[in-house]
Each structure stands twice: as C-alpha cells, then as structure tokens.
Ligand binder design. Structure first.
Ligand code: COA
Length: 638
C-alpha cells in the first residue's frame, strides 16, 4: 500500500538529496546553551563527546553484519566496494577526516543530522510511522467522574515531575554504571513539531523568557487552554484541576466537535502546506500557537468499542497509537505535540509522543513518576479563590480547510484499518530466567525474535534494535543489528533434528554473547550505522557524488528493517507500541519485567506476508523452547 517507507529510503540512501544542513532556528538547541545551570551544566559538560569510530573497524563490522542478510554474491560485490572506498588517500579517508573535524567542532557530530534525517525530513505521517504510543495498565475507573478525577491527578503528577526538571533535582540516570545525558528531559515539555512544506522543525517554548503555564485539553475534538499554575506560581491542586476539567467537559458537547486535530495525521508535505493556509487566519494562528506552546496536551477520550478481554490491550494500543480512526479519537489529538496523555472514560490510559525531541526511556521515566503520583493521597490544601474558566480555542474553518479535514479523515481511516496490532503479556518468565542462566535478558529476547522470524520465514532479516547513545553529550541512538552470524547459526540449528541439544545450547550462548557484544559496542559509540550515515552526510554536504557503497544494493537491504525493535523498560507494567518501518515488516516493542514480558507487535494488514498475531505466537513459543532447551540440557555438558 505504501511502497517503501520514506524513513527507510532516507536511511537507505535512496532519498537523501543535497540539502543545506544549516541549523534551523527552531531545532532543539544544546542543553548548555539555555536554561540549564549549575549542577546539570557541569554534569552535561563532564560527559564525553560522541567518538567517530575508526574507518576500518566500521567496514569490517559492516561486512560481518551483512553476512546473514544478503546473498553471497552480493556480499562479494560489496567487499570489493568497501576495499575501494577504504583505499589509502581515497574517498573514505577524505570523508572520515571531514567527519573527525566536525566532531572536534560540535558538541555532538551526529545529533543534529539524526534529528533531521530520521524525523524532520521524514514525510510520512508521524502517526503510526514515527510517533510511539504507550499503554498503561487499565485504571480503576469506568465513568466520566472517575476519568476527570484521574486526569486531574495525572496533570498534578506531570507538574510535579516538571518541578524536578525545572529545579534540576531529577537524579542523573546511569547505564552500565555510566552517567547519562539528561538533555532529553529538557526537550519534551512545552515543545511541538511544526510542519513545513518540505521539512519540519521543533519549537521548544520552555526556553523562552516566559515559560508557558498552561496545558491544552482536548475533549470531543475541541481544544481548551487550561492554566495550571495559580497567580502565586503554585501548581493547581488535583482538586482545583478536577473543577476545571469538569468545566471543559460541560463546555464541549459532541455536537460542536471541530475536527481540526485530524490534520496533524496527514502526510507531512500535505499538512505543511495546509498549515500555511490554516494559520493565515489570526484566530487560527493564535489557537495553534496556544497548543504548540502548552506544556503538554491532555486528550479526554470516550471508550473504544468493547472487545474480548484477550484483545483489550491491543485495542488500547490502537487508541494510543492512532486514536482508532476519525469515527473514534484520531481527531481528539494534536499529533505534532511532543507529549500527549490520553485518558479514556472506561479506564484505558496511556500516551502518544512525537519522536523528534526524545526517545522512549525519558518519557517512560516521566510516566513512572506520574503513575506513582496518582496513587498517593493529595496533601496540598486547595485555595478557595475562584479560578478563571478554561478558554476554548476557536478555529475558523474555510471550505478549503474543511475539504482538507475530510481528506485527512479518509487517509487516517485507511491507515487505521491497515494497522495490525497485537499486545501480549508473556507470563511464563521475565528477566529472571535468562539471568539464572547468566545471560543478558535483552539479548535472550532478541535471539528469541530471530528464532521466531526464522521459523516463520526460513530466513533471517535485517533487524534494528535501538541502543542508547546517552553516555555521550546530547546522545540519541545507534542501531544494534540483532541478526548476526551467531544468531543465524542458532536459528538454523534449533529445529534441526540432527543437531544435539548440547550443541544448540552452545549456539544459543554464542548468539546471546554476540548480541551483548554488539550492544556494548553500540552504547559506547562504536556501532556502524550512525558512522555510515555520518560519512554519507559529509558527502551530501560537500555535494559529492554518493560513493558506491551507499548506492549498493547491500546497503539498501541492510536498511530495510523487517524487524524494527526496541526495549523500553519501566517500573509501571506498561508497554510502548509503534508501527513497522517497512510495508512488509514488524514493529516490536517490549518491556521485560522481572517475571513477565510485555510485547506490542505491529504489522500492516495490507501485507500478506506478515501477521502480528503469528509473530506474537512465534516469539512466545521461541522463548519457551529456549528455556526448555536450557533446562533440559545438563549443565555439566555445557
Ligand atoms: N547474567 C545475569 N544478569 C545479566 C546478564 C548476565 N549475563 N547480563 C545482563 N544482566 C542483567 C543486568 O545486570 C540488568 O540487571 P537489572 O535488571 O538489575 O537492571 C538486566 O540483566 C538487564 O540487562 P540486559 O537485558 O542485558 O539489558 P540492558 O538493561 O543492558 O539494556 C539495551 C540493553 C540495549 C536495551 C540498553 O542498553 C539501551 O540502549 N536502552 C535504550 C534503548 C532505547 O533508547 N529505546 C527506546 C527507543 S524509542
């Protein structure tokens, strides 16, 4: 239906056109440049800068990564191109030197390019194709009153977290004992993506001289500005927020719905051009600006149609990922908003976030805090002073804009119908079992995914797992290539009747170790994908013809991730979800808890090859079979 997804094309080098890579004024600016002071500034400045890996190391690892996913002949051809590229005094050395120079002169040689290439230049709708959803456990309410009470507490919880950000009292996070960059926490509040006709931007209002004090609430597709601080600067209490939310709900009957929010689900080029028309009108411009500058958006939904218990989490994931289509809640959103919390009347809760400013882990840390907060009793005494009524945001919808709204509804509904989503809770074990066998749980799950895929398709596929680069200043992510020679050997041997269990265990152990090795390499800035992107971006900036390694079919294959995966751990029993990045691929997000694992698996229904339910079933079977193998093979023989 979609053809090759643009993000993949860009990553694959098919769509990067020479572009001026000047720093757009709206783009996320370095943390040290603005509000961060004292403690955080010295923390940030103490972090190492992202290294540029040695050229020969990247290409040696690149060839190794291609081995399980391209044909032998293709690989041989690529090896020739790699040799040519690395020749002394050749193009590779020239690009490498330019990249090293950039690394010396910037805070992070990659992050700005990455935000542009992966997000702001990406033109497919952010909904499904880029913005993740997050499903919280079902909350204990099932009516409007309960919804409003919970929403009020959630707002208070977010403001409590915001106070920690503002006061720089958030504890610095660690990964493998190393402190992490905290910049992303400063990018998610009061920020919004702005559509452009060819490229988008992100604006962050928290940096301005008067940081916003309001949130936006959307109910029955009508947007309201809700001031969440009182005149003395104190955050409103949950009790006060409850009263304000009640006013919003009574002022927004379904009959007055304006579906302007659905425009944010459009292809970015279309939305970029409609946006220009929309904000020509002063009222519209002010309403849009109020949404963009708000601290976050709260979406108060009704309930999705009832589904059997075993698919209720999948239905919740759909609601969080895209809102269920225009007949449900897709217009009850502003998908450009960095943070949207979604609370439905039946107790279904979660969030949706626009990916450009941050990865999942900071969002989940915020959610963990908020969920914990909502469980505490309110202790603050509410003032009795009357509060100003929340302000409804008006839109003047011309016939042209209305036509665009109808078009957006049609497209959103086609996309919504196409998303095949399966959320499963694997209840047999969690991180505990791999740990008992001295294996990295994440690597164990990734190897299970490789086995599951191999069993379904009798081949390995290019697999993406996000690895954090937050050990470095302003670090984002690199790719862990989970399909390795070791994982392929294990997957091929597992169902082979001629292979002994002891040998299978050894192959499993090798595959897990290989994955963990790649992970360590990726989080320490030595993986291959962002380095390759950097070399390519230098060539683009210098307006050179793209070197043949980037127009090579192996490179295109390597970037067509049929498995796009990510671990997003949390304290709360939740799960993130996102769409596949290629039409015939899967999106797999998982949260490994101590004794169970939450998976959200997506595919496109229009692709006959894929089925979220089949992969979900195969992953669970692979995990169980791998445990059985380990338990049934006497340790003495290992
Ligand atoms: N034996 C026993 N225990 C082990 C082990 C072994 N061989 N290897 C690891 N463990 C333990 C770890 O100590 C850790 O313990 P904890 O539960 O007490 O914290 C636990 O198992 C988990 O480790 P592991 O499964 O190896 O994963 P990880 O926590 O190191 O995470 C990544 C791996 C790749 C997910 C992580 O490095 C990362 O980059 N995360 C960010 C991803 C991201 O940004 N995603 C969002 C994109 S939107």
């Amino acid at each position: 239906m979609w053809g090759i997804c643009t993000r993949t094309m860009v990553k694959a080098g098919m769509a990067v056109k020479p572009c001026r890579l000047v720093k757009p004024c709206h783009l996320v600016t370095p943390v040290s440049a603005t509000r961060i002071s004292g403690r955080y500034r010295s923390h940030q400045q103490g972090l190492p800068t992202l290294p540029v890996p040695p050229l020969h190391q990247t290409f040696e690892r690149y060839v190794a990564a291609l081995e399980p996913i391209v044909e032998a002949e293709e690989l041989q051809h690529t090896e020739g191109l790699v040799q040519e590229f690395q020749k002394a005094g050749g193009v590779g050395e020239r690009l490498q030197k330019a990249l090293e120079k950039r690394a010396k002169n910037t805070e992070n040689w990659l992050s700005e390019w990455w935000v542009q290439v992966a997000y702001l230049d990406y033109r497919l709708p952010v909904v499904v194709h880029s913005s993740p959803g997050l499903v919280l456990p079902h909350m204990d309410f099932s009516d409007k009153q309960g919804q409003i009470r919970f929403a009020a507490k959630l707002i208070a919880g977010v403001l409590d977290f915001k106070t920690m950000i503002d006061h720089e009292t958030l504890p610095v996070e660690n990964l493998g004992g190393k402190p992490l960059c905290m910049n992303q926490y400063y990018e998610v509040m009061s920020s919004c993506r702005i559509p452009g006709p060819k490229r988008d931007s992100v604006v962050n209002h928290a940096r301005g001289p008067t940081p916003p004090k309001h949130i936006t609430v959307v109910h029955n597709c009508q947007f309201f500005v809700l001031e969440v601080y009182s005149s003395d600067g104190a955050p409103l209490t949950a009790e006060q927020l409850c009263l304000q939310l009640e006013k919003i709900c009574s002022a927004s009957p379904p009959s007055e719905a304006q579906h302007v929010g659905i425009l944010t689900t459009q292809h970015r080029d279309s939305w970029g051009s409609v946006y220009g028309n929309l904000i020509k009108d002063k009222t519209n411009r002010e309403s849009v600006a109020a949404i963009q500058s708000s601290i976050f958006t709260l979406c108060l939904d009704g309930a999705m149609p009832r589904v059997p218990e075993d698919t209720s989490r999948s239905s919740a994931a759909i609601q969080m990922l895209h809102g269920g289509g225009s007949q449900h809640y897709s217009a009850n959103r502003w998908f450009d908003k960095t943070l949207q919390f979604i609370i439905a009347e039946d107790g279904t809760c979660g969030a949706n976030y626009e990916h450009a400013p941050a990865e999942g882990p900071p969002i989940v840390a915020l959610i963990d805090h908020v969920v914990e907060y909502t469980r505490k009793a309110e202790t603050t005494q509410s003032s009795t002073a009357p509060l100003p009524a929340p302000r409804m945001l008006r839109f003047n919808i011309t016939a042209d804009i209305q036509r665009e709204i109808e078009e957006a509804k049609k497209n959103m509904n086609l996309l919504a119908e196409d998303v095949d989503m399966r959320v499963v809770v694997f209840e047999h074990f969690g991180k505990n079992v791999p740990k008992t066998h001295n294996m990295s749980p994440d690597a164990f799950i990734q190897v299970a995914l490789q086995l599951a895929y191999y069993r379904l398709y009798q081949r390995c596929c290019p697999t993406y797992e996000s690895a954090s680069l937050r050990m470095f200043r302003r670090g984002r992510t690199d790719t862990i290539r989970s399909a390795s020679t070791a994982s392929a050997a294990f997957a091929k041997a597992f169902d082979d009747a001629g292979t002994q269990n002891t040998e299978k265990v050894e192959l499993l152990s090798n595959a897990v170790k290989a994955h963990r090795w790649y992970t360590n390499m990726a989080i320490s800035g030595q993986a291959i994908d962002r380095h390759l992107l950097g070399l390519k971006m230098v060539a683009v900036e210098e307006k050179m013809a793209l070197p043949a390694i980037f127009t090579d079919s192996s490179y295109a294959t390597a970037l067509r991730y049929k498995l796009s995966t990510s671990q997003v751990p949390s304290k709360t029993d939740c799960v993130m979800c996102f769409g596949p990045v290629v039409p015939n691929g899967y999106g797999v997000c998982y949260n490994p808890m101590s004794d169970h694992i939450n998976f959200a698996i997506s595919a496109f229904k229009s692709c006959e090859e894929t089925s979220a339910a089949r992969l979900a079933e195969a992953v669970q079977r692979a995990l169980l079979d791998m445990r059985t193998l380990l338990e049934q093979t006497p340790k003495s023989k290992l």
